[in-house]
Ligand binder design. Structure first.
Ligand code: F6R
Length: 366
């Protein structure tokens, strides 16, 4: 049932190229330049006239939500708020019929997310669900939505479900932007072609597994880790830290790279591994300076870069070089080495990778 893999988590990491194809099947065509997500066309007028989107979720799904904020704002220029479902539901949130609430949940059973949906529904917002489990409580409670089609996710630490959530949010953001006319047809095609290529680029990234295993060996006894990223890779930093905490029980924090100097920099010494998401995007030069700040304090830098980045290779202690893609799609690739790093570190520390202590696959209690 683990398909030849030692753990479900590893199997699910390796399934990502396939499930990303499943997630987009019938929903887009790069050749013909169209996107059609279930539920969107049906509510297009309401979505088009929305004054604001509110994304609500928990844990890893919340990190996908943070990416959704970036994608929808960047592409369609409509304001987006992202909130932990557990906070949202308890603070008498301001919601009206002009808002679209996007609820994201792998299991579709998370109690806090379900409760947040009920509140938003009472206040007449349109609720769009992004769920993995078909027929789940959240899927049934929403007005419209898209399934992620990641297939069953057994490992408690979410991996492939996250990637498919990000893909759905990307399609959603593009479809809204196309309707609003905030992106050009040629840009749309360019992104869709890149999206179509992502599964192959994930396959390339998975080939770095042996190298990542060697890096895991070096840092497996660390007691703390920092993860830094900017822009779209900031939520990936949060997600990388969460994966490490969950399965290896090492304390880890994700930070926007530029925030480091406002506090966490005090933690940096030769014992501190810092994972930096440093792909060739608009923040590259800034990230280079952040790496220098870490190195000046003797921190150990593990940088996720694009192939051919000699500048960062000369600065970092370890570089993991992944294929280049369109900036907004970069998280689909950068998250993969972070999943593998956590997996290998946890394995080396002898923890139960698929069923970490104190955690359950779906949190149906408040
Ligand atoms: C992280 C993880 C949890 C879930 C969270 C939300 O690896 O598994 O943080 O992401 O409990 O669960 P869903 O997406 O099922 O609502």
């Amino acid at each position: 049932e683990k398909g030849g893999f030692d753990h479900f988590m590893l199997k699910e990491i390796y399934e990502q190229p396939k499930v990303l194809e499943d997630a987009v099947r019938g929903r887009m065509s790069a050749e013909d330049g169209w996107i059609k997500l279930g539920g969107v066309s049906e509510y297009i007028n309401k979505i088009n006239s929305a004054k604001r989107f509110i994304i609500t979720a928990c844990g890893t799904s919340y990190h996908a939500g943070l990416l959704g904020e970036y994608l929808i704002e960047e592409l369609s220029r409509v304001p987006v708020e992202v909130e932990y479902a557990s906070e949202f539901r308890y603070r008498n949130p301001i919601i009206s019929e002009n808002d679209i609430v996007i609820a994201i949940s792998q299991s579709g059973e998370t109690a806090d997310t379900l409760a947040a949906i009920e509140i938003a529904k009472e206040r007449q917002a349109l609720i769009y669900g992004i769920c993995n489990v078909i027929g789940s409580s959240i899927a049934r409670a929403t007005h419209a939505g898209s399934y992620t089609h990641a297939g069953p996710e057994i490992g408690v630490a979410s991996t492939k479900a996250f990637s498919t959530q990000v893909v759905i949010l990307t399609l959603l953001a593009l479809q809204i932007a196309e309707h609003k006319g905030t992106i050009t047809t040629s840009y749309l095609r360019q992104v869709l072609f890149e999206l179509k290529n992502i599964p192959n680029k994930i396959k390339e990234t998975l080939k770095l597994d042996a190298q990542i295993q060697e890096i895991a060996e070096v840092f497996k006894d660390a007691t703390n880790f920092l993860y830094l990223g900017r822009g779209v890779n900031y939520p990936v930093a949060l997600e990388g830290a969460l994966k490490l905490k969950e399965i290896s029980y090492i304390h880890a924090e994700g930070y926007p790279a530029a925030e480091m100097k406002h506090g966490p920099i005090a933690l940096i010494d030769e014992q501190m591994p810092v994972v930096v998401l440093a792909t060739n995007d608009s923040a590259h030069e800034k990230i280079v300076s952040n790496i220098m700040e870490v190195k000046a304090r003797s921190g150990k830098v593990i940088a996720i870069v694009n192939e051919g980045d000699t500048e960062i290779a000369a600065l970092a202690d370890y570089t993991i070089a992944i294929p280049q893609t369109e900036e907004i799609l970069s998280p689909l690739l950068t998250v993969v080495p972070l999943q593998l790093l956590s997996y290998h570190i946890a394995l080396m520390r002898g923890t139960n990778v698929d069923q970490p202590r104190n955690l359950a696959k779906s949190v149906t209690v408040e």
